[in-house]
Design a binder for this molecule. Structure first.
Ligand code: C2E
Ligand code: CA
Ligand code: CA
Ligand code: CA
Length: 279
């Protein structure tokens, strides 16, 4: 057993060493991707059943690698989050989104807020709020058009630090959503303490909605929780008419998913927003 334990330790070391090398290589590839404009954004419209129109967009990153083709953010974002390069990716996304909002503002497009996914570690890092404030000023865009989505993980680190940063963002008009709500940590204590605006019901719960009375239960509970706490609630990953109907019956009117819209280019989305104005 002793021998076996030592083997395991050696295996672990080798594995970790290899991992660090991988991460280093990976960082080089990401730096190159940033320099060579291999990243772009798509925007997924979000639908409000009560107002019967698009109420917001979520910006989603895309990576087109010249040899390896398209690489999913589900693959490279978690790795980027292990290195500080996630900050550079976040800043690329923020800059692109503000460019887009500024362009639409100047072209008289009826704009809606755009949500960006930000790494929690980055949001609580020194200088983040200043950076956002400076960029809003630089692009002459009001903070009410920018929203930030973060996952629950960040809230366990330092709640009082989160309160300060999120309040400062709120003061700029930037609203904050909890992404993938219900999949992170078991304590919901942070919901009372933090200045949050929106809960996004995770796709895994939405997928079960309409399947059975059991399947509806989690969505129902999250919607009630949001109502009780005076938070908005967005269902994401809505793919079927049944899910859309059940969610509305449960009191959730803000939906995002393939049933309504796929993530689209900036050009397609701005066409949609123009059409919406004329309807
Ligand atoms: P997420 O933030 O939960 O984003 C929603 C994901 O669900 C997106 O996948 C979107 O394309 C997909 N989706 C939307 N509607 C439906 C639907 O009806 N059914 C299904 N099955 N999927 C739907 P995507 O773009 O591949 O992004 C995956 C994840 O990668 C995101 O999950 C987010 O965690 C991360 N990510 C994407 N873009 C960014 C970014 O710009 N910055 C950061 N930090 N993370 C990002
Ligand atoms: Ca998100
Ligand atoms: Ca999500
Ligand atoms: Ca996610």
């Amino acid at each position: 057993a002793k021998q076996n334990g030592r083997d395991n330790a050696r295996f672990y070391e080798a594995y970790m060493a290899e991992d660090v090398a991988n991460l280093f290589q990976f960082e080089q590839v990401i730096k190159e991707a940033l320099l060579k404009d291999q990243f772009s954004l798509v925007y997924q419209p979000q639908y409000d059943h009560q107002r019967q129109g698009i109420f917001g967009l979520e910006a989603l990153i895309r990576w087109h690698h010249p040899e390896r083709g398209n690489i999913s953010p589900a693959e490279f974002i978690p790795m980027a989050e292990e290195s500080n390069l996630i900050c550079q990716i976040d800043e690329f996304v923020i800059e692109e989104v503000l460019k887009c909002l500024k362009e639409w503002q100047n072209a008289d497009v009826d704009i809606v807020p755009i949500a960006v996914n930000i790494s929690g570690r980055h949001m609580v890092s020194v200088g983040f709020v200043d950076y956002i404030e400076q960029k809003l000023t630089e692009y002459n865009v009001s903070g009410r058009w920018l929203k930030i989505e973060i996952t629950e993980g960040v809230f366990i680190h330092d709640v009082s630090q989160c309160v300060d940063i999120m309040s400062a963002l709120n003061a700029l008009g930037v609203e904050i959503s909890v992404d993938d709500f219900g999949t992170g940590y078991s304590s919901l204590n942070y919901l009372k303490t933090l200045p949050l605006d929106i809960l996004k019901i995770d796709q895994s719960f939405v997928r079960e909605c309409g399947d059975s009375a059991e399947g509806d239960k989690i969505c129902e509970a999250i919607i009630q929780l949001a109502n009780n706490l005076d938070l908005q609630v967005i269902a994401e990953g809505v793919e079927t008419e049944l899910q859309a109907t059940v969610l509305q019956q449960l009191g959730c009117h803000l939906h995002q998913g393939y049933y309504y819209f796929m993530p689209e280019t900036k050009e397609s989305v701005s066409d949609r927003l123009r059409q919406q104005t004329h309807n």
